[in-house]
Ligand binder design. Structure first.
Ligand code: HEM
Length: 520
């Protein structure tokens, strides 16, 4: 989800609706004044009524925000059709607002297109703060916090090895892109629903692919005119075109198939005592009451559904993006492999517990995170009350986004930010390479800041680490025939790579047999 943009071609219905919406017009005019007398954060001057709508691009808006920040300061204030939009471009301001004043910035703005029209109201990602949100986050933390994730290490390691074995068995340079999604889906499905997905043609995997494609076509969530101007959602959907209707239908079908349907299936199996143990059965153990009803049933269902829908695309995008970087910088890849070989002596496959002893690899992963944050604008928050910050007023109900991309390109923290340099995170301690603690770990921003930050970050970090460590131990990863491609990314909520080709060549037969033995 990103702040609002309004392409010119879509502005006409907005203007039409404005004509008969006197009430809205008053709201717009009111938003230009505030009773506290404090100035609104500075930003580029817009035009009457539309505000900055025509200036904000839908294509990678984070680049434009960073440019504006260099002129207007870390906190830029924009307006679109009476909505206040604030973009936070520095880590310090992100911490001051989202962490230190977490209560005020834990809301989420309404996104009627996604929640009401596409019927994804079951997703925690779009829920405003309240009791339900706190309960759902608590349920997710029960399996995804740092301590609990340790219990999942065996499963995610096994799935990483199965992915490597499957990759070794194919000659198709395009296969990894599909296999990585399937492996990550498999992790989360097993964890949440106890479901063993099939390697080929699994309906769950097809659903996430369809969801992901539909989201990419619809652009950034929150950017559509219906989200800017909800009254437009009352008009017949066909005015937005065939592709739009197709995407809405896909989101409705996949949403249901990834929330209510699996919940009901597992509940039924649980009642029949045939459900494999998983997050959902643990929650049912806790919540099933004597009369057969489930306490906090909606929240239980949402916890499982959001873990799946929020975790698959993002984790897959991280793995695919890292694979592209490793292909693009083969000398860096070789150095990681030397470090792995030195430590593992070619005798065994890596385990998550090895992470602390491989600083160069950690530095490479930090640099990949810094260079290509998967959710460049995180997800927008809603200010639940007026808030003064450094003499500026962030009015109640402002949409506030943190520009993760800009923070991770801050030249004060990361000199020469557009260079891919893992060494920026390293120093020599006792004659050995070690991670520096005085350079901001991109992890602190990559998953959002403060109370509504990512609930699945430890699970994601561990899954990405073991998957890449296993692949790098077993394979040399190169662009097919040494020819670099033009790696493209989807435009939308996630910076996820479009399908790409890469070649995995087994580095040594002993690694392959270790893999075969481990997976057998
Ligand atoms: C590398 C993979 C991942 C990335 C880059 C990522 C990133 C993010 C970001 C940026 C947010 C928004 C945070 C904010 O508003 O400040 C978020 C929210 C969330 N993520 Fe992740 N995520 C990843 C994996 C996962 C996984 C595996 C899970 C599974 C449990 C998960 C569950 C969630 C949930 C439930 C939220 C919503 C939190 C809320 O609204 O309160 N994520 N994630």
């Amino acid at each position: 989800m990103s702040p609002i943009s309004l392409p010119l071609s879509q502005a006409l219905p907005v203007l039409g609706a404005l004509l008969f919406s006197y009430v809205l017009l008053r709201k717009i005019l009111n938003s230009y004044t505030n009773s506290a007398g404090l100035p609104y954060p500075p930003g580029p001057k817009g035009v009457p009524i539309l505000g900055n709508a025509l200036q904000i691009t839908d294509e990678k808006p984070w680049l434009l925000y960073k440019e504006w920040a260099s002129k207007w300061g870390d906190i830029i204030g924009l307006r679109v059709l009476g909505k206040n939009i604030i973009v936070v471009n520095s880590y310090q301001a992100g911490v001051d607002l989202f962490e230190k004043r977490g209560r005020v910035f834990s809301g989420r703005p309404k996104v009627p297109l996604f929640s009401d029209i596409a019927r994804w109201d079951f997703s925690l990602l779009v829920m405003d703060d309240g009791k339900s949100v706190r309960l759902i986050r608590k349920f997710i933390a029960q399996f995804a916090n740092s301590a609990a994730v340790k219990d999942l290490h065996a499963l995610i390691t096994e799935n990483a090895r199965a992915l490597a074995l499957r990759t070794a068995a194919t000659q198709d340079d395009g296969a990894f892109y599909l296999y990585s999604r399937s492996a990550i889906s498999k992790n989360i499905l097993q964890i949440t629903y106890g479901y063993q997905s099939m390697e080929n043609g699994d309906q769950w995997i097809k659903n996430t692919e369809l969801m992901s494609q539909s989201l990419a076509v619809m652009g950034t969530i929150g950017a559509h005119p219906i989200d800017v101007f909800p009254i437009l959602g009352k008009l017949p959907l066909w005015i937005w075109g065939k592709t739009f209707i197709q995407c809405i239908n896909n989101l409705r079908t996949t949403g249901l198939a990834m929330s209510v349907t699996p919940y009901n299936d597992v509940k039924q199996q649980y009642l029949e005592k045939s459900a494999p143990p998983c997050v959902l059965t643990h929650l049912l153990d806790e919540k099933l009451q004597e009369d057969g009803t489930v306490q906090d049933e909606w929240e239980v269902m949402v916890a499982a559904a959001t873990a799946y829908t929020a975790g698959v695309d993002t984790t897959t995008a991280s793995i695919n993006s890292a694979t592209i970087f490793l292909m693009t910088y083969p000398e860096i890849q070789t150095r990681v492999q030397e470090e792995l070989d030195d430590y593992l002596h070619g005798e065994r496959l890596p385990k998550i517990e090895d992470r602390e002893t491989l600083p160069y690899f950690s530095a490479v992963l930090r640099e990949i995170m810094r260079f290509n944050p998967v959710v460049p604008l995180a997800l927008p928050r809603r200010a639940t009350e007026d808030c003064e910050y450094n003499g500026l007023l962030i009015p109640e109900n402002s949409i506030v986004s943190v520009n993760v991309w800009a923070i991770l390109r801050d030249e004060n923290e990361y000199p020469e930010p557009s260079k891919f340099k893992p060494e920026r995170f390293l120093e020599t301690r006792d004659g050995k390479p070690a991670l520096r603690s005085d350079v901001l770990d991109p992890h602190s921003v990559f998953f959002g800041i403060g109370r509504r930050n990512c609930s699945g970050q430890q699970l994601a970090l561990d899954s990405v680490w073991i998957t890449l460590a296993t692949l790098l131990t077993v394979f040399e990863i190169r662009a097919p025939d040494g020819i670099e491609q033009n790696y493209e990314y989807e435009n939308g909520l996630f910076a996820q790579p479009k399908p790409f080709k890469c070649r995995f060549t087994v580095r040594s037969k002993s690694f392959l047999s270790a893999l075969e033995t481990a997976v057998a």
